[in-house]
Design a protein around this ligand. Structure first.
Ligand code: KIV
Length: 271
């Protein structure tokens, strides 16, 4: 229970119980107070303050440019809105790879300055030391395997990962390692559904898929994609639950027309 109110907050422990009971976990991104409030009130289990904010919020082509300070700003705004969901924050590119002390400092800043509940980072064996060090400070860590957007310049493309046996084997080894190190869960992005299902069956910690089929323990989508706010991005795995871009466009057009016609404000809308 939260110490502040009677709403039962989602914890990493609850997520592992959900996996045990076969209850699917629903996770969505949010980057600001207003959206996070709506998403939390709707009952999502996990809110990810993803470094996809780099694309969605800031208009960058990749997730690489977003800074730790940017992520802290987004995460603190989200945490202020949330009363139930577990809030996980992405460690941005360049703040945890290759230097476990820096990784710990980055994770501590996120926890101290935002009030979030956990951090997420991309990679397996190559980020082992960073994971160990962050966990040693009592900070819950979520992994991220498969398509890892921070490595886009190594991959060269956003196509499905781990189709070949060698990469699939490596992914399984990395998943096992993340579990052994003590990660409470992991995202697996854009890999064949069969492989993701095998990984979910192989480890006890929850596997949250994005473009990884239905045989995993939960799903995550980028909020602006599933609401139809972003328009250019339409991979096969994306289900659009709304066409908000059209609705916003229509509403703004109506507003402009009303202002020009001196229909807004009317008598009741003034003092
Ligand atoms: O940054 C993000 O939004 C993510 C999700 C795609 C899982 O990492």
């Amino acid at each position: 229970m939260s110490v502040h109110n009677n709403v039962k907050m989602i914890t990493t422990h609850i997520l592992s119980e959900m996996k045990l009971k076969g209850e699917k976990i629903a996770m969505l991104t949010a980057y600001d107070y207003s959206m996070a409030r709506l998403v939390d009130q709707a009952g999502v289990d996990v809110i990810l303050v993803g470094d996809s904010a780099s694309n969605v919020m800031a208009g960058h082509a990749t997730t690489l440019p977003i800074t730790l300070d940017n992520m802290i700003y987004h995460a603190a705004s989200v945490v202020r809105a949330v009363s139930k969901a577990l809030v996980v924050v992405d460690l941005p590119f360049g703040t945890y790879q290759g230097n476990s002390k820096e990784a710990l400092n980055s994770a501590i800043r996120i926890m101290k300055e935002t009030g979030a509940h956990a951090v997420k980072l991309e990679g397996g064996f190559e980020v082992k030391e960073s994971i160990i060090r962050i966990l040693s400070a009592g900070i819950p860590v979520m992994g991220h395997l498969g398509l890892t957007p921070q490595s886009i310049h190594k991959f060269g493309t956003y196509v499905v990962r781990a189709r070949e046996e060698e990469e699939a084997k490596q992914l399984k080894e990395d998943a096992k390692l993340l579990e052994e190190l003590g990660c409470f869960g992991m995202v697996i992005e854009k890999v064949p559904a069969k492989l993701a299902g095998e990984v979910a069956a192989m480890v006890k910690i929850p596997i949250i898929g994005i473009g990884a089929g239905s045989q995993v323990d939960g799903q995550v989508l980028v909020l602006h994609d599933m609401l139809g706010i972003t328009q250019e991005f339409s991979p096969r795995f994306l289900r659009r639950y709304h066409n908000l871009s059209a609705e916003i466009h229509g509403a703004v057009k109506s507003y402009i027309a009303d202002v020009r016609a001196v229909d807004f404000p009317n008598e009741k809308e003034q003092y």
